[in-house]
Design a protein around this ligand. Structure first.
Ligand code: BV8
Length: 254
């Protein structure tokens, strides 16, 4: 009985358009805590879902600004891991064969960019850039750490992280691009996500309706684990390099 990784690798080797969606699990091996892991130290007692809202920022901009700058610093200190690097290789292997690859990410750490992925669709924005609450002007190069919390903007507003908070809508361009890719892909990979936050968690259904093969690569079971065609349980930093290696070694052997 061939193991699921080899079977998925064979499927990947013949795919025409692959969509991969990533969550915090892909950055866990870069020492960035996931949302369901407890934050350490000072932040251990804070509930992420309560802090990641416009209401929390309006009520206590200092605390929310400090929390995001603490996380921003951790993201800047982090390095891409073999999982990020394997996804960047997957993109190169497919596009060099005039095939399509679309990377959707829920992560805000920009590690996919630093690993060499050329166009990750950041569904939930990014924590590195901050923007003015009054003018939406973006500030990509703020000092590390940010010197004041909350940080006033030149226009008289406050600076906030350029992420999508709970209750905020995703960028229309990102959602349209995600829908188009999911409606036309033939293989959908869900990697390192608990698959509970919408609309991101709904994209796999669009791909499945379009007839795509679906696969999950995740450390723990999730609400989609029983519904996917392939479920590989383990660390993405281990599985992804093996999967991409097996898929494109096989293509070379053809
Ligand atoms: C929206 C950025 C329209 C910020 C994030 C009430 C009012 C308003 C909206 C709602 C509502 N009720 C429900 C909603 C919808 C809501 C939602 O889905 N809520 C959930 C909780 C039910 N969604 C929204 O609000 C979205 N906007 O709907 O707008 C609207 C507007 C107004 C009114 C109604 C509708 C916006 C959602 C975006 C929120 N922003 N992040 C920040 O970072 O601070 S969400 C954040 O959590 C992430 O971005 C990610 O998307 C999400 C889930 O996290 P994961 O990435 O999956 O990480 P998690 O820790 O959960 O899981 C990690 C997984 O990895 C685990 O399974 C683990 O096993 C695995 N793992 C760990 N290590 C490894 C590993 N796997 C492999 N290898 C490893 N080494």
């Amino acid at each position: 009985m061939p193991d699921p990784l080899s079977t998925l690798a064979t499927r990947l080797a013949s795919a025409r358009h692959v969509v991969a969606i990533t969550g915090a699990g892909v950055s866990a091996e870069s020492n960035i805590p996931t949302y369901r892991d407890k934050m350490e130290g000072l932040w251990a007692s804070f509930d992420f879902q309560k802090l990641a809202t416009p209401e929390a920022f309006a009520a206590d901009p200092e605390t929310v600004s400090r929390w995001y700058d603490f996380r921003r610093t951790k993201c800047l200190d982090a390095q891409p891991n073999p999982g990020h690097i394997a996804l960047a290789r997957l993109e190169r292997e497919l596009t060099s064969r005039s095939l399509r690859f679309t990377l959707l990410t829920q992560n805000v750490d920009r590690l996919h960019h630093r690993a060499g992925s050329t166009n990750p669709i950041e569904l939930h924005g990014n924590i590195i850039h901050w923007r003015c609450t009054k003018t939406n002007t973006r500030y990509p190069d703020l000092p590390v750490p940010i010197p004041r919390h909350p940080m006033p903007s030149p226009a008289g507003g406050l600076l906030r992280p350029d992420v999508v908070w709970f209750g905020e809508t995703l960028s229309e361009a990102a959602v349209l691009a995600a829908y188009e890719a999911c409606e036309h892909c033939d293989l959908f990979l869900s990697i390192g996500t608990s698959a509970v936050v919408y609309p991101a968690a709904g994209f796999i259904q669009i791909a499945r309706k379009a007839g795509a093969t679906t696969a999950e690569i995740n450390r723990d079971p999730t609400p989609i684990s029983d519904a996917v065609d392939f479920s590989l349980q383990g660390n993405s930093g281990d599985i992804l390099p093996k999967l991409v290696e097996a898929a494109f070694d096989e293509a070379l052997r053809r």
